[in-house]
Ligand binder design. Structure first.
Ligand SMILES: CN(C)C(=N)NCCC[C@H](N)C(=O)O
Length: 273
């Protein structure tokens, strides 16, 4: 008889950016409504709790200084994909976010990264790239260009699997899929084209399948260290499935950051050195 697998955490290093200048003053995804009030103070509180959660699990959290006028800079995951110490930076689709990429590029150079390449194609980094430990899953359809997938394969030297996103609410791959442990993922099938759904089912037959309620609270924007899985507090169905599979969910409140279309993962770039 096979029981629930024992899940082992591995130490992580994350890069985060405090939402000091957080606002929703433009709309570049369906979650953003500039007419709805937003509190930078509450966003900072929620972000601080997220960073403290990682530290409590023994992970290292580095930070980059926020820049006035770049309210989405808090979404660190969109500014770099790091595998084995190699960095592929970002090129944003929307002009409102263009300047973020260079601040992060400079952070990498100032912190000892020597292999830093800036993309030629539109590339929103870990927003659309997820490293499973074997494959780099790559989303396109709304933000990252399919050409960026080939560029990532060349620069990072890892096999890339292209996936097509089809629902504008789930405009980045990390709104619809995340990696739980080596080669084990959770995802929301309806966010993907029929062909991409078949690819995912073939590659990950034991994946955890999320439902619409999980996806609609950005529950797929989770962060896992192999055992502890940080999730938005509304993602209760997904949390039950994770417990069943041997993981330990931890809930965080990200309601303020969600007003910009972001969750825990968007705030967290993983530095795989
Ligand atoms: C989970 N997601 C989508 C992220 N990886 N990033 C959030 C980016 C939010 C920003 N307002 C934007 O629309 O770009």
């Amino acid at each position: 008889m096979t029981g629930t697998p024992r899940r082992e955490p591995t130490p992580r290093r994350y890069l985060m950016c405090e939402p000091t200048y957080f606002t929703v003053e433009y709309s570049i995804n369906p979650w953003m409504n500039p007419d709805e009030p937003v509190s930078a103070e509450l966003a900072v509180k929620q972000w601080t709790e997220l960073a403290d959660t990682y530290r409590r699990f023994g992970h290292r959290v580095d930070t980059i200084r926020p820049v006035p006028g770049l309210p989405d800079m808090v979404f660190a995951a969109n500014s770099g994909t790091v595998v084995d110490g190699r960095v592929l930076g970002a090129r944003f689709r929307n002009p409102q976010r263009t300047a973020e990429a260079d601040h992060y590029r400079r952070w990498f150079l100032d912190h000892g990264y020597r292999d830093v390449v800036m993309p030629t194609a539109v590339n929103e980094a870990e927003g659309d790239f997820a490293w499973t430990g074997r494959l780099l899953l790559a989303g396109s359809g709304f933000r990252t260009d399919p050409g960026a997938h080939a560029e990532a394969q060349e620069v990072l030297g890892v096999p890339v699997v292209s996936l097509q996103l089809v629902d504008p609410r789930f405009y980045h791959l990390d709104t619809a899929l995340f990696v739980l442990s080596d080669d084990h993922i959770a995802y929301y099938p309806e966010a993907f084209s029929p062909g991409s759904q078949r690819v995912l089912a073939r590659l990950f037959p034991d994946a955890i399948i999320a439902n619409a309620a999980d996806a609609e609270c950005l529950g797929l924007n989770g962060v896992s260290d192999g055992r502890n899985v940080v999730l938005p507090m509304e993602a209760t169905h997904l949390a039950e499935r994770l417990v069943h599979a041997g993981y330990e969910p931890t809930f965080v409140d990200i309601s303020e950051l969600r007003k910009s279309g972001g969750g825990p993962k968007c705030c967290t770039m993983e530095l795989r050195d």
